[in-house]
Ligand binder design. Structure first.
Ligand SMILES: [Zn+2]
Length: 312
């Protein structure tokens, strides 16, 4: 009896014809169908299928909350439900920080070249040409000078889109020229890091940027000008080993992954399980590597407040 009623449910769900007699008085009898399928299967041709335009919707990788890209943009690319900070580029950071999105870009004429004729999966020069064709970015760092609530600030910001925001000779040079500009005009300096580390295609030239940038920062310090380092998701390798951690203030966005080597490498080296939340900004704050964690929506006002504090 029980078996028969479960079969009836299946009949109703599939909408298959049933030859069971329907009786109004019999409680166990299947109900009459509400809908009848006339033609079976999907009848729309693939060519007539309507696609949702690419990039119209956005799904949060942390909580799966779905929002329109426009709404997400208005919320500064922070998930309205769980506060997950989506990865954004220099364009978005400059728009967030500078008043009316007005800023002057410095040394945007420097480009990387393949002086070692390095080839991994493809030649380095080909890799560069492809990115230059795809985006407006010249390299993995852009420098902007503009006003943050009426206070001038020089901001160096990385773009993860450009070979993983990797540290090459161009980034090192731009970073140093930005500091020269700060010293010349007596302005505070801020760097927004988002990088996988050194650019392997530039080999030792990439590593040379570590002492170069660190040395330049001591000149900024001698000029008694402040340097704020904002670490965002992800900041690894050569960046955290040099100027990323050398700020007068080292701050980070919530939930950002920050470290030197990745967790897998560390786990294999020390042969031990890593603690929960390892390498997140919250973990680093607890262990004294960071001064504070700042929400993207509060970033502009906080930076303004800090500039006034250093000035005073
Ligand atoms: Zn979310």
């Amino acid at each position: 009896m029980k078996k028969e009623s479960s079969e009836d449910i299946e009949y109703n769900l599939t909408g298959s014809e049933t030859d069971h007699p329907i009786s109004a008085t019999d409680a166990t009898a299947p109900k009459s169908k509400w809908y009848k399928r006339i033609r079976k299967g999907i009848t729309t041709d693939t060519a007539d299928k309507k696609e949702t335009p690419e990039g119209l919707w956005n799904k949060c990788p942390d909580c799966n909350f779905i929002t329109t890209t426009q709404d997400l943009k208005e919320n500064l690319f922070v998930c309205p439900k769980c506060n997950y900070h989506h990865r954004i580029g220099s364009d978005e950071y400059f728009e967030t920080l500078f008043d009316n999105n007005e800023y002057e870009e410095l040394c945007d004429n420097i480009r990387s070249i393949d002086f070692l004729h390095f080839t991994d999966l493809k030649p380095y020069q080909k890799r560069l040409d492809e990115i230059h064709a795809k985006t407006d970015l010249k390299d993995s760092m852009r420098i902007g000078v503009g006003k943050v609530n009426d206070e001038l600030l020089v901001v160096a910001c990385m773009d993860f889109q450009f070979i993983g925001g990797s540290l090459g000779s161009v980034m090192g040079e731009k970073f140093c020229r930005a500091i020269d500009y700060c010293i010349e005009h007596k302005l505070p300096f801020m760097c927004i890091s988002k990088s996988g580390g050194a650019r392997m295609m530039e080999s030792a030239f990439s590593l040379m940027q570590l002492p170069k940038t660190s040395g330049k920062l001591s000149q900024l310090s001698d000029a008694q000008l402040p340097y704020i380092s904002l670490l965002t998701d992800p900041t690894f390798g050569g960046i955290s080993a040099s100027f990323g951690m050398l700020g007068d203030l080292n701050i980070a966005e919530p939930g950002a992954l920050i470290g030197f080597a990745g967790p897998r490498v560390i786990k294999e080296t020390i042969k031990r399980d890593l603690p929960e939340g390892f390498q997140t900004s919250e973990f680093l704050l607890e262990h004294g590597f960071l001064d504070f964690i700042i929400d993207r929506k509060l970033l502009k006002d906080k930076i303004h407040q800090l500039i006034l504090l250093f000035k005073g």
